[in-house]
Design a protein around this ligand. Structure first.
Ligand SMILES: NC(=O)c1ccc[n+]([C@@H]2O[C@H](COP(=O)([O-])OP(=O)(O)OC[C@H]3O[C@@H](n4cnc5c(N)ncnc54)[C@H](O)[C@@H]3O)[C@@H](O)[C@H]2O)c1
Length: 391
């Protein structure tokens, strides 16, 4: 169980680029990073594309005025002059800026925590992975849902063989928030539906990469061998970017997968559903009931496993923060993700490669895999929804 005690010698000096007052995701980063006070300390920021708004916001967060910067370049340059300069920077800006800002931060010797989808192309991912490696720096990616202890319970059950051989992977992340047209679209919606600023996809990158990564956490031993993607732009102004997509997958053990992502599932609130079906039993978890895991053994009554209970696997209990009876939430998941990345940065700083070999966190490989999956989906969909080999 995690209770906020320190696991690093001292907290990392942390800054944010983006994630300002109007940003959708910034607060999740701060709740994730600062939850324990023992892994990160917020020391600086270039929070906003609008300097004055970012300055006002940063002051309200308690950041010193002289460490609130007009843009990321100034942040990097000014912080480098300080003995107590920033050590790790989070990038919570629109997709098209991720590559440029990540590269500049790494070149300046800063660890990076970047939003998904990481970059636009695999070539960019590989270049950044090599740069981080050369510099001895960590790149973390905030697939924020995968810190939930019950996700790790599913992984532990699969690993122990409790489901038997995996046959079916059924994933869904759909909502109806973009069922209407974009005539009154918010700032965040406008950049998401423009290929220049969003990249080659809309919902596949925006929400599909989350569930693809979560399935990898549960099934680390399986590899996709080929996939078929069919994507649609129901609101025509979004074309070629999709607001709905289906992806079929084949895995190297013979399992098959079905994934549905949509932002035009009218009337539906954000909802994620994961079902992993094996030869003996299935597990199912949804983000709308995150405290419960449905475990169904063929021929037996279904069981509901509750988070935090001693009958769960150690791999789940070690990431528990609230304890049974007290609901586990998304904030806890983000706090776990941030802690794992802090532990990776700390180990990198100490050259502790032995720790890094066994320590798991969403890093550059996880971000790269998201981009690789998107490239295959786009290639499949844009060739008329055909199977493409996965490599
Ligand atoms: N992990 C998740 O669960 C999750 C959830 C939502 C968004 N995201 C990702 O987070 C990123 C941001 O998404 P959002 O919805 O918060 O976007 P947003 O448009 O709501 O907010 C972007 C923020 O970045 C600021 N900004 C823009 N350009 C900047 C620049 N060059 N320098 C400094 N600040 C800049 C804006 O002023 C704003 O504060 C995207 O990559 C998105 O895919 C991830």
């Amino acid at each position: 169980m995690l209770n906020g005690e320190k696991s690093l010698q001292k907290p990392l000096r942390w800054g944010m680029i983006g994630g300002g007052r109007t940003g959708q995701v910034g607060y999740k980063h701060r709740t994730g990073a600062l939850r324990d006070h023992t892994a990160y300390r917020l020391v600086c920021g270039a929070f906003d594309i609008d300097y004055e708004r970012g300055m006002d916001f940063g002051l309200n967060l308690g950041v010193a005025r002289e460490r609130l910067y007009p843009d990321y370049k100034t942040l990097i340059a000014e912080e480098a002059k300080r003995e107590d300069g920033v050590e790790v920077v989070t990038i919570a800006t629109p997709n098209f800026t991720h590559y440029e800002i990540t590269k500049a931060c790494l070149e300046a010797g800063l660890h990076v925590i970047c939003e998904k989808p990481l970059f636009f192309t695999i070539a960019e991912c590989e270049e950044i992975a090599a740069l981080a490696d050369r510099k001895g720096l960590i790149v973390g990616v905030t697939y924020g849902f995968t810190g939930h202890p019950l996700v790790h319970q599913m992984a532990a059950m699969v690993k122990k063989g409790m489901l038997g051989e995996i046959r079916i992977v059924d994933l869904q992340y759909t909502h109806g928030f973009n069922a209407g047209d974009d005539s009154n679209a918010s700032e965040a919606q406008r950049w998401r539906t423009n290929a220049q600023t969003s990249g080659p996809t809309f919902v596949l990158g925006d929400i599909g990469t989350h569930i693809h990564y979560l399935s990898e956490i549960v099934l680390p031993h399986l590899r996709i061998t080929k996939l078929l993607c069919d994507r649609q732009s129901f609101i025509k102004t979004r074309a070629p970017l999709e607001d709905n997509a289906y992806v079929l997958s084949h895995y190297d053990n013979g399992a098959v997968g079905r994934l549905w992502v949509s932002s035009v599932n009218a009337g539906s609130m954000a909802s994620q559903r994961y079902r992993f079906v094996g030869s003996k039993a299935s597990v199912e978890w949804t983000d709308t009931q995150p405290n419960e895991l449905i475990y169904e053994i063929q021929g037996q009554p279904p069981q509901i496993l509750h988070h935090g209970m001693p009958y769960l696997e150690e791999e789940s209990l070690r990431y528990e923060r609230m304890g049974a009876l007290h609901t586990e939430g998304l904030g806890d998941s983000w706090a776990n993700i941030y802690l794992w990345i802090a532990q990776a940065i700390d180990a990198k700083n100490r050259d502790d490669e032995a720790f890094l070999k066994t320590h798991h966190y969403p890093g550059i490989e996880a971000g790269t895999e998201g981009v690789r999956w998107l490239e295959h989906c786009v290639r499949s969909a844009d060739n008329g929804g055909v199977w493409v080999p996965y490599s």
